[in-house]
Design a protein around this ligand. Sequence first.
Ligand code: NAP
Length: 493
Amino acid sequence: MICVPIIAETTEQALKDMARAEAFADLIEIRADYIRNPDLGKILGAKNKPVIVTVTPKKENGNFTGTEPERTALLRQAVDLGADYIDISINCPELGTLIEYCRDTKSIVSYHNYRETPADIPDTLKKLESTGADIIKIATFANKLSDCLKIFDLIRNSRKDIIALCMGEKGELSRILGPVYGSFLTFGSLETGLESAPGQIPAQVLKDIYRVDREPGFDLYGLIGNPVSKSRGYILFNSLFRQYGLNSLYLNFLVDDIDDFTRYFQGMLSGFSITMPLKQDLMYILNDIAPEAEKIGAINTIVKDKGLITGYNTDINGVIDPLLERTPIKDKRVTLLGAGGAARAAAVGILRKGGRLTILNRTVSKAEALAGELGCDFGPLSDFETLKTDILINMTAVGMFPNVDQTPVDTVPVKDMVVFDGIYNPEKTKLLTEAEKNGCVIIPGINMFIHQAAEQFRLWTGIEPDTDQMKKILDDFSAKKTHEQNPDSENWG
Ligand code: NAP
């Protein structure tokens, strides 16, 4: 079940938010500590879905500034008015009498820890079980991804119904997998910006993208890197899994401790994407590597097949596939701006397809080194002015948000040139806008993201996804800003 917490400041706003939440929530949590002079009669009188009433004091990271007797009185009032559940903190001095008072209302006894997931958390579970409350709630903070595993153990071992989760970005997977493993509910925000705890995911994302009501027994995929919160892979892959009728799930894993990941999670995954800064760090787990990935010296995709782990680099597909949709590459004069990681993938791809490549870079020595290794020409960015170019590829960061007024070269591309920009924020860079004005064929960076993801999907599932459909998935999701998990996206990789 998905429970949407309401953190409105007035009764009127709470009523409005509750009505909105009821459209997709299974339960509503009224955070009475946020509401000034809450009118619980009005709120509970208007409910169409089961309601939990919570009054969390300031000292426990809530908003209630009244006395303990006032808090207890509010919770008793909630019971009298027909709340379906009340949540009572383990620290509440009146815990025992409130549990007894509950009658038809179910009692939830809760433990929150905003700093860590302590090693002795199983003892806390026993303590909560012994209170006689109907339901246990344990919310801790994840400092490591593996803290989520402690939470899954609690769910498995609890003798009562239990709500268990880890807060914080590394706890995100507990909010998604918790209900699948048997947590009584998971909390999801009404919309982005209305989270009642760190790491909370919008309820509609939990429902429509992660499908937390799924049955166990699915294949798990994910993105590992740091940061990962800006990635849009979770939208794309989970929507594709749904579209192709696959009960698979794609999650973000914020990995700053590679040993924690490889020890506890690598084995759970059927495959995964790798983003910065880990693209070169996981070579040691591979049984095999695709030749292109070996040439690039970096992997962005792991495929597991019958126990064998193979590394791929689909950034090549990200550059080559959208280009081939618009132009042949063989024997074309290709000017590549940049000599970093993305440029390296583009260069390997262009040379494989028989393009005549010149690499231009701000730091010429880097262009020289890459060109020397791969066997092509090089020069400074200013060489673009005199170079004859059929295909221009920008793989520098110039023109990316917030520097949207910049272009990597001063000369504007001319008619008949195909201009590809790796940057996807903004969707159309100044370089592309000017090129389009001059009659060039332009290819925005979102195509790179989509095509590298399409190849990942193909490697994992054997299904060739429709890239137009993938673009539509991203466009549709962007249109629903209020449901977006990470609205200020700069790195979708
Ligand atoms: P990187 O390894 O850090 O390389 C950055 C490149 O940009 C270098 O060639 C660097 O030149 C150049 N550069 C940076 N600032 C510059 C400036 N002010 N003037 C001139 N050149 C400058 O980064 P990367 O991973 O290759 O990424 C490069 C670009 O590709 C980014 O814009 C990224 O968004 C894009 N990308 C897109 C996708 C996608 O899916 N669409 C995927 C990956 C990357 P120096 O060597 O002189 O520093």
